[in-house]
Write a protein that binds this ligand. Structure first.
Ligand SMILES: Cc1ncc(COP(=O)(O)O)c(C=O)c1O
Length: 370
């Protein structure tokens, strides 16, 4: 039995005709950019997350650039971020003229190591951008303490964490602002690109609304150099409908994680762990093994999806060579880059598919080898 790494389309099958109707309604409305669908989605998203403002933008990368600027990050500033994340995190810090300061990650959550972040604060540090990697929150209590103590802005990169919680609060409501991506493989997916900035601050929200639209409130007066970063009405309409499903999709992903453990995957590879207080949403299910090539080969032979995310840490990327990091500087990050492998995880995955994946892994990494 072939098992894909992810299967985004399968989850829409039960309400495909409704989605077709939604698309038809938007087409007939003639409102394709912003408009009532975007407004309604922003209100429903803010309500779901428990924040005062949600601002739709074109994608999660723009959301980061805009949110960084809204929090006052600019040329000459340093911003603390993990080196183990999607490239958009440091890329946007650089794109607003600041310098990413790469921190190691916690071996349990794979999110930013707060002690390392604390040690790297300087007089130029302006913000911290923790990433809720693979759908599990960074330690926001300790980060909030650090941010308050040193007067830093705290921006959650929650691209991978729609619906995740820490201490009963949703990702997206844990920092000064947060950003999301609605890329089609994300837990809350669009049928194309989409993104969002969330915040409780009226000032941040107002500036974000201007920056996403060329730095203007009214198309007449331009007070900032901004972006053309709009959320399409058709994506907002689809997202509103998916929002009604996302909790059950996330719940099923947690069930799948439980099945992996039950099926004995933990005897073969190191399973991802969850910190106390966190409710993860398993955007990706990333196990760790010293025998990654053998695992990948066995999965490929059986048509089981398995792939490496972030195989090369950002502090060692050529684009950041000038920053002067060297191999061995961020040992946990480097180890995760060398040993992490994502196994199939999706909202319609069956127990039989889980068993198939575990058998494929066993063929590559026999019990006792780990
Ligand atoms: C952690 C993280 N940040 C930012 C982004 C950027 O989002 P987008 O692809 O919507 O621009 C992603 C997307 O993969 C991501 O995983």
């Amino acid at each position: 039995m072939a098992v894909p790494l992810m299967d985004p389309n399968a989850q829409f099958a039960p309400y495909l005709s409704e989605l077709e109707q939604i698309a038809a309604d938007v087409i007939r409305s003639g409102r394709f950019i912003f408009g009532p669908e975007v407004q309604a989605f922003e209100a429903e998203a803010a309500d779901y997350l428990g924040v005062r403002h949600a601002v739709g933008v074109a994608n999660g990368t723009d959301a980061l650039s805009i949110a960084l600027r809204c929090l006052g990050v600019g040329p000459g500033d340093e911003v603390l971020c993990p080196a183990y994340t999607f490239f958009a995190t440091p890329e946007t810090i650089s794109s607003v003229g600041a310098t990413p300061v790469f921190c190691d990650v916690d071996p349990v959550t794979a999110c930013i190591d707060v002690d390392d972040a604390r040690a790297k604060v300087t007089g130029r540090t302006r913000a911290i951008v923790p990433v809720h990697l693979f759908g599990q929150c960074a330690d926001m209590v300790a980060l909030r303490e650090l941010a308050t103590e040193r007067g830093l802005a705290l921006l959650e990169d929650a691209a991978q964490a729609w619906g995740a919680e820490q201490g009963g609060t949703k990702a997206g409501a844990l920092g000064d602002a947060a950003t999301f991506s609605f890329f089609p493989t994300k837990n809350l997916p669009a049928f194309g690109d989409g993104g969002m900035i969330t915040t409780d601050s009226d000032e941040v929200a107002e500036l974000a609304r201007m920056l996403r639209f060329h730095g203007s409130k009214d198309k007449q007066t331009f007070t900032h150099v901004g972006y053309n970063s709009r959320l399409d009405a058709i994506q907002a309409a689809f997202l509103r409908r998916h929002l009604r499903e996302v909790d059950s999709w996330n719940e099923h992903r947690r069930t799948v994680a439980g099945w992996y453990a039950e099926a004995g995957l933990g005897e073969l590879v190191e399973l991802p762990a969850v910190a106390e207080d966190n409710v993860p949403i398993w955007h990706l299910y990333v196990v760790r093994t010293d025998h990654r090539e053998a695992l990948l080969a066995a999965c490929s032979e059986r048509s089981v999806g398995a792939t490496v995310y972030y195989g090369s840490p950002h502090h060692l990327q050529p684009v950041y060579a000038d920053l002067g990091y060297g191999a061995g500087d961020l040992p946990v990050t480097e180890r995760l880059c060398a040993t992490g492998v994502a196994l199939p995880m999706f909202a319609t995955m069956t127990r039989a598919q889980v068993d198939e994946v575990v058998e494929a892994v066993r063929a590559g990494v026999p019990a006792g080898v780990r």
